[in-house]
Design a binder for this molecule. Structure first.
Ligand code: IMP
Length: 199
């Protein structure tokens, strides 16, 4: 089965291919398919945004299309930045500044009061109108300072109490195993294979 994945991000494509390896599902990126898409992610949920992108990609190409949407929910900030994680404080603002602002907003809070999670939704849109969505989460807490050099975005302030480190201190293999995106992707792989078997 060939699917198009609506992302231009090479790191995401690598992770997707690692997870789909040996599954019989071949993932092609938009870039490889020579498609450029500019869709407004104006959904209220991660699932809605993933579906908007997947549908746009499927309608453009006529192929089974997948897309993801992800972000950070901080409970003490009413689950913000949420679906606005990439846009929070402005798309061009550095993550060092965004991370510092979140740490400052949690001043005086301890332990569970600092709870947060990364969320990833993946949507698949089929040319016959069927859609599938899956969601993965990774629970943690907002740290007191930035730690680690790996990963990207909010990883340096995302503390994993069980591992005693931030997600920016995990190797990429370990992060794929634990991450919201890895979990949502593995769930989507299984849903796609189940759809395939129904034929
Ligand atoms: P997306 O690429 O539109 O899904 O945007 C997701 C945004 O959420 C990113 O730009 C980051 O700000 C944040 N985010 C999602 N996943 C992660 C992660 O694994 N680590 C750090 N930040 C993440």
């Amino acid at each position: 089965m060939k699917i198009l994945f609506a992302t231009g991000n090479a790191d995401k494509m690598r992770e997707i291919r690692e997870i789909l390896e040996d599954s019989g599902i071949e993932a092609v990126s938009l870039k490889e398919a020579g498609v450029s898409l500019d869709v407004e992610e104006n959904g209220a949920t991660f699932e809605e945004n993933a579906l908007i992108k997947a549908r746009a990609c499927m309608e453009r190409t006529g192929e089974i299309a997948l897309a993801d949407d992800s972000g950070l929910e901080v409970d003490a900030m009413d689950k913000k930045p949420g679906v606005h994680s990439a846009r929070y404080m402005g798309r061009d603002t550095s993550y060092h500044i965004k991370n510092k602002s979140i740490i400052d907003r949690l001043e005086g809070k301890e332990g569970e009061e600092r709870s947060a999670r990364f969320v990833c939704a993946i949507a698949a849109a089929f040319p016959d109108g069927r859609v599938l969505t899956t969601r993965g989460t990774m629970e943690g807490q907002i740290g007191y300072e930035e730690r680690g050099e790996n990963g990207f975005g909010y990883d340096p302030i995302f503390y994993l109490p069980k591992y005693g480190c931030c997600s920016a201190e995990l190797t990429s293999e370990k992060k794929n195993e634990l991450s919201h995106r890895g979990k949502a992707l593995r769930a989507m792989r299984d849903r796609l294979l189940a759809e395939w078997e129904k034929r």
